[in-house]
Design a protein around this ligand. Sequence first.
Ligand SMILES: Nc1ncnc2c1ncn2[C@@H]1O[C@H](COP(=O)(O)OP(=O)(O)OC[C@H]2O[C@@H]([n+]3cccc(C(=O)O)c3)[C@H](O)[C@@H]2O)[C@@H](O)[C@H]1O
Ligand SMILES: Nc1ncnc2c1ncn2[C@@H]1O[C@H](COP(=O)(O)OP(=O)(O)OP(=O)(O)O)[C@@H](O)[C@H]1O
Ligand SMILES: [Mg+2]
Length: 246
Amino acid sequence: MKQKIEQLVNWLQEQVKGAGLNGAIVGISGGIDSAVVAYLIKKAFPNDSMGVIMPCKSNPKDQEDAMLVVEGSGIKALTIDLTESHQLLFSQIQDQLKGIGELNEKSLTLGDANLRARLRMSTLYTVANNYGYLVIGTDNAAEWYTGYFTKYGDGGVDLVPLVHLTKGEVREMAEELGVPEPIITKSPSAGLWEGQTDENEMGTTYDTIDRYLNGEEIPEKDREIIERLHRRSEHKRNLAAHPPKF
Ligand SMILES: Nc1ncnc2c1ncn2[C@@H]1O[C@H](COP(=O)(O)OP(=O)(O)OC[C@H]2O[C@@H]([n+]3cccc(C(=O)O)c3)[C@H](O)[C@@H]2O)[C@@H](O)[C@H]1O
Ligand SMILES: Nc1ncnc2c1ncn2[C@@H]1O[C@H](COP(=O)(O)OP(=O)(O)OP(=O)(O)O)[C@@H](O)[C@H]1O
Ligand SMILES: [Mg+2]
């Protein structure tokens, strides 16, 4: 793990240098993936790394956990509360759709959640622009493979350093980096609605996805879920489709 950390730190430095920029920025949620990225970018760019905590109708506990990451890593940080901006924009969109009689009530939970992820992305790019930083994503191999992220939301980033690490390896890396224990042991959650956990929503576990990605045998039911999630999210791992030149 020590070696992997060093390789990733070097890779981050090369990418930023290659882009002719100054450093890196990440959204810190209080979860393990962004914690690992925060520690990595702080190592790579000690004076040019930043974490942004962006509550958006979030559980206050997440913000406390995010502060543990900021203090533990020593990364420079900002807190930008997106609750009001989200509320304003989302209700305006809903009102307009209602006005023409075409609001789809069933789409609201996911619409609300994905807008949060996309407001966070826009906020990160705006702060990144202020400093000349690249925006660093936090997707691990399991999330990337299953498409468990919002397209152009938390998926809208410049670099994805953890993309080859299973969730188990992310945990190992977190231990090695000295990420605080409560962050390592809590259930992964997108925090997009009350009580949401990744594993409940996906219908399988990270441990099972990790085993699948490592080529091990897993129950048929889980294999079907993982392969369906993968097929359905193919578009998220590609650039927008281009028509042929007619
Ligand atoms: N075949 C296709 N070709 C091209 N584009 C296609 C498409 N199918 C859908 N699309 C487009 O993609 C959109 C659906 O994708 P998307 O907007 O991403 O939305 P969707 O995949 O429906 O939802 C995002 C999922 O990621 C989870 N999430 C989000 C954020 C963070 C985390 C976390 O772990 O922290 C998890 C969230 O809980 C939810 O399950 C459609 O509205 C459509 O615009
Ligand atoms: N409240 C928040 N403030 C800042 N960034 C956030 C917030 N919520 C989500 N994000 C960003 O979106 C990313 C995706 O969330 P995701 O839940 O997959 O990762 P995580 O919270 O770091 O880890 P875990 O999957 O274990 O919960 C986060 O890593 C973070 O960069
Ligand atoms: Mg999370």
